[in-house]
Design a protein around this ligand. Structure first.
Ligand code: GDP
Ligand code: MG
Length: 672
């Protein structure tokens, strides 16, 4: 071998974070490398390779300690079918330093193989050894101490120096947990010959350990503590692997029972050795422990567990909240589209219950105080998300209730004899009850949610709509009643204006009075269900009276246009002048006194015009009939002076023509 080749072969083969992937189930990773760097793939391995992430507390950690090249890795590989690097027999090539972790085959066991030194070397190595001890003790339930038989009793031996380190770091870690959390030290005496009985060897070791415990420096209040407050001891042996291979294999198989078989009386994983770290928090916990150790920061287990609990409870809650948000997202669009989510309360209580159960089952394994505190935040967060949905639901419920109410009212007012106020109240209370019922049902349990704002808004809208509808209805009734007035007046005024000559205005006054009274009575009976105030009634009645009076005036005006007046005058004139008493047209002859007929006809016609120049009812009477106090005398005028003059001159010209025609017809008959 050349020196160069020697260097070549002693070079440490570094394969960072690399997995040995022949068998993914037993894949090992270098949890801490030779540069004291913590692995980045522990969390992934826990979850995806070893599939222990959801095991809760149902997993165990075992580590092995001992001098270099004492067959530790060889033993682990035998016991657990792991693939830790073993020193090559021929080349005596050193194995890769650092701490390795692997899953024991077909199990929930994780095995740590510490590739250190024998502690005799430089300070750098001792530092690493101490750090490994701290780290390993913090997370392992069982420490296997691998020791050759011929080293037992050599107190100054390197192997015992390592134990001293373990005891010292234990003081740092578990001081306050005296008796609560223990660690099992399982001594495996290698190359055991049997020359000295096991019981002697174990006595020697026990004595040495107790002595060592006494000697390590302890805080004042723990000076009386004993080794057994913190450690249980167990001893076993294995024969020489090379010289007694069959025996070795057989005893390894027997030893296996202690790790795999909970029924075995020597089963090593007792509950009080468990570090209380749930599997899903393990990688985070291990890394934070190593961080403290690597940078020589103060490290104590209670603080670390507190920090882990804080971190993990947050993580767990976060993951569940995100799942929970996915679960409820489908309702969002629906609610935003204005739909109502039937069974919202039931659905949301269930979704939240499910999330809480998930949280409880994972986070419940961490410190109770942290778990409980974070649970309040977690619940609050979910409630806040759901409250947004609840508000949308309330908005939709309110809209629906209002629209139902409107439809019901629209339908109800089709009935004229409706008792409006009662109907309104009935629909209002039904609408409010419906809203309240659904708003109440949609609530999430154990919240302070309320729907007061939406309810108040709904009531306000209903009341406004009720008021508007009431006004519309009253208006409609008034309009109908006024139409009725018009019908009655229409049925009497034109006929009477044409035909009645004696007491015309008395009759018309009577008719107006009847029509108004009829309408007002009708109105009063129709609005009975509307709960109108006296002043509302008074003002509408006055409006009915006013419009009745206006109709009366208009109808009179229509019946007294210039043309109609002229026709009536002409008819009257002709009745006397052109027709005899049998209604036959006159044939004028010489004996007829045309002049006196003309005079009489003209006088009768002129008497008629005075009937139409004003409404011949006294002001007071008109006021009594209409109830309108502001009617004045001039309001009763139909034809004023100017119009009267023009009508007369037009009329006179017409009849003068008839007079001349009559005269001429006599001349013609005489001259024949
Ligand atoms: P480690 O450094 O403690 O992990 O030791 P290794 O497992 O790498 O083994 C170191 C050397 O010891 C190898 O050459 C093994 O073949 C050898 N070896 C393994 N088991 C035994 C044993 O039970 N007795 C003896 N004497 N040597 C062993
Ligand atoms: Mg090894």
């Amino acid at each position: 071998e050349t020196p160069a080749e020697q260097i070549e072969t002693t070079e440490i083969p570094v394969k960072k974070q690399v997995v040995n992937d022949n068998d993914s189930r037993t894949t090992q990773i270098q949890i801490v490398d030779e540069n004291k760097q913590f692995t980045t793939i522990l969390s992934d391995s826990m979850k995806n390779v070893w599939k222990l992430d959801e095991n809760g507390f149902n997993f165990h950690i075992l580590s092995i300690f001992g001098s270099q090249s004492t067959g530790k890795s060889t033993l682990l590989n035998k016991l657990f079918n792991t693939k830790f690097q073993v020193m090559n027999e021929e080349s005596r090539q050193q194995t890769t330093k650092g701490i390795w972790i692997s899953q024991a085959e077909n199990s929930n066991l994780l095995i740590l193989d510490v590739e250190g030194t024998d502690g005799r070397e430089r300070g750098e190595e001792q530092d690493f050894e101490r750090k490994s001890a701290l780290f390993t003790l913090a997370i392992s339930e069982v420490l296997v101490i691998n020791i050759w038989e011929n080293m037992v009793g050599l107190y100054q031996g390197a192997n015992m120096g390592l134990l001293k380190t373990v005891f010292e770091v234990n003081m740092q870690l578990f001081l306050q947990q005296q008796g609560k959390i223990k660690t099992l030290l399982l001594f495996v005496i290698r190359d055991f010959t049997g020359r000295t009985p096991m019981s002697n060897l174990s006595d020697v070791l026990t004595n040495e350990l107790n002595k060592m415990w006494k000697d390590i420096s302890k805080p004042e209040e723990y000076s009386e503590s004993t080794l057994s407050d913190y450690f249980d001891l167990m001893f076993t042996s294995l024969p020489h692997k090379i010289f007694l291979p069959d025996q070795f294999e057989k005893e390894v198989l027997e030893l296996k029972e202690r790790f795999y078989n909970p029924e075995d009386s020597n089963y090593v994983f007792k509950p009080n050795y468990h570090r209380g770290i749930p599997a899903d928090g393990f990688s985070n916990y291990a890394e934070s422990i190593w961080d403290k150790v690597a940078y020589n920061h103060d490290l104590d287990i209670p603080t670390q567990q507190q920090l882990l609990a804080e971190y993990r409870c947050d993580e767990i809650a976060k993951a569940i909240v995100s799942e929970f948000q996915n679960d409820i997202a489908k309702y969002k669009e629906m609610l935003e589209n204005g739909e109502i989510l039937e069974d919202m309360g039931k659905i949301f209580n269930e979704v939240r219950e499910k999330a809480l159960e998930l949280y409880d089952s994972s986070a419940g394994r961490y410190r109770k105080e942290v778990y409980a505190r974070k649970r309040i935040d977690f619940l609050e967060k979910m409630n806040t998300y759901l409250h947004v949905y609840y508000l949308l639901q309330l908005r939709n419920l309110e809209k629906k209730a209002y629209s139902n109410f409107k439809n019901n009212i629209t339908e109800a007012v089709k009935d004229d004899s409706l008792f409006f106020v009662d109907t309104l109240e009935n629909h209002k209370s039904k609408c409010i009850e419906d809203f309240k019922k659904l708003a109440e049902e949609s609530k999430l349990q154990e919240t302070t949610w309320n729907y007061t704002d939406h309810l108040n808004q709904l009531i306000k809208e209903i009341d406004e709509y009720g008021k508007i509808t009431k006004d519309q209805q009253l208006n409609k009734i008034k309009k109908n009643v006024e139409k009725n007035t018009l019908n009655l007046l229409n049925g009497s005024i034109p006929i009477k204006m044409n035909n009645v000559r004696e007491h015309l205005w008395d009759e018309l006054g009577e008719d107006l009075s009847k029509a108004l009274n009829n309408s007002i009575n009708q109105y009063k009976s129709l609005i009975q269900g509307y709960d109108c105030t006296d002043s509302e009634v008074d003002s509408n009645v006055r409006s009915i009276r006013k419009s009745g009076w206006d109709m009366f005036i208009n109808l009179i005006a229509e019946e007294t246009t210039d043309n109609i007046i002229l026709v009536r005058l002409r008819e009257k004139f002709e009745e006397v002048f052109r027709y005899d008493k049998n209604g036959l047209p006159r044939i004028w002859n010489n004996n007829d006194d045309i002049d006196s007929f003309f005079k009489k006809a003209k006088e009768e016609a002129l008497a008629l015009i005075s009937l139409f120049t004003f409404i011949d009812i006294s002001e007071q009477k008109i006021r009594d009939i209409t109830g309108l106090e502001d009617i004045k005398k001039q309001d009763l005028t139909i034809i004023d002076g100017d119009r009267s003059k023009k009508l007369l001159s037009k009329f006179l010209r017409e009849i003068e023509l008839q007079y001349i025609d009559a005269k001429r017809s006599v001349v013609r008959t005489t001259s024949k």
